[in-house]
Design a protein around this ligand. Structure first.
Ligand SMILES: Cc1cc2nc3c(=O)[nH]c(=O)nc-3n(C[C@H](O)[C@H](O)[C@H](O)COP(=O)(O)OP(=O)(O)OC[C@H]3O[C@@H](n4cnc5c(N)ncnc54)[C@H](O)[C@@H]3O)c2cc1C
Length: 262
């Protein structure tokens, strides 16, 4: 089966090199990288896992920066999901197919102007933002980077140590400051001000997100990326429209870009 798929020439066979379980459902996995695989931070890959006489394909955002030798992905196991019921068994040495072509348009080069990059995510939707922050470009392209990560429970806030280290970095001329806003929807013991209770849409509507960040959304300064749960994206899109902000279109500059995970 693998030989047949590979013979089509669209994908390459890679190997899982590391698996880190953050919780019993959340994992980061690293793979070898095809020599010719070239992508931009914010893009995603199509990954294939062999399943008897079939290969199951799904989209996964790269969390690794384009300059790294390996590829890294961040995933959640979905109850009864066809791909993730295979993914839960991967370990170093497991085979994984990767399509040769990277995908996705949620990349900062699609914005013109703007001082503040807002990265709004739910769950594993934080993945492309990890890649953007590991890459150098957004740090010099913007003045402020505001990462908003919304999860149900605190234990789902992964990559925290690395992100906090990035946010602690000393201010340097010409380099952006990173602010982390962690939103938890089903927990009451939080550590304010970085940890907030509630959904992205509610905290946007009542102004708390902007108050906590100390930055207001505006058409001149704000460029916004939204990734993850399609309901969050749809509701936030509506709120942004009400605030006079517009999506980036192929030929028209705008304020926000979106990527639905399902
Ligand atoms: C552009 C793009 C990028 C993606 N990047 C990632 C990624 O980096 N990490 C990742 O874990 N998934 C990502 N996904 C989702 C991923 O492709 C699969 O849908 C997911 O792994 C589940 O596959 P499955 O076959 O097990 O279940 P599916 O049959 O594909 O999904 C079943 C249901 O699970 C839920 N679901 C799917 N994905 C998620 C998720 N990520 N978080 C919570 N609920 C979900 C939805 O309700 C969906 O209808 C991405 C999807 C798209 C379109």
């Amino acid at each position: 089966m693998l030989d047949e798929v590979l013979a089509k020439g669209k994908s390459t066979l890679q190997t899982v090199t590391q698996v880190r379980w953050w919780t019993d459902r959340l994992l980061t996995f690293t793979t070898t990288r095809p020599a010719e695989y070239s992508f931009v931070a914010g893009q995603y890959a199509r990954l294939g896992l062999p399943d008897r006489n079939d290969v199951i394909w799904r989209a996964y955002s790269m969390t690794s920066a384009p300059g790294t030798d390996s590829l890294e992905f961040y995933g959640i196991l979905v109850e009864g999901g066809r791909f993730t019921s295979l993914l839960k068994h991967i370990q170093p040495g497991s085979p994984l197919l990767i399509e040769k072509q990277p995908f996705g348009f949620m990349t900062p080069d699609r914005f013109t102007g703007g001082d503040d990059l807002w990265m709004l995510s739910t769950g594993t939707g934080v993945g492309p933002f990890i890649a953007l922050l590991r890459d150098g470009e957004v740090w010099t392209r913007f003045k402020r980077l505001i990462l908003v990560h919304c999860v149900r429970h605190k234990e789902e806030l992964c990559y925290t140590e690395e992100l906090e280290a990035m946010a602690r970095q000393d201010a340097q001329a010409g380099r952006a400051r990173l602010q982390l806003l962690r939103l938890v929807t089903r927990e009451s013991t939080l550590a304010p001000p970085a940890d907030l209770q509630g959904r992205i849409t509610d905290l946007l509507r009542n102004g708390e997100l902007e108050r906590t960040a100390g930055v207001a959304l505006s058409d001149e300064a704000s460029r916004i990326m939204l990734c993850g749960n399609p309901d969050m994206i749809e509701d936030t899109r509506r709120l942004l429209h009400e605030r006079g902000l517009r999506p980036v279109r192929r030929a028209l500059p705008g304020h926000f870009l979106t990527e639905n995970y399902w």
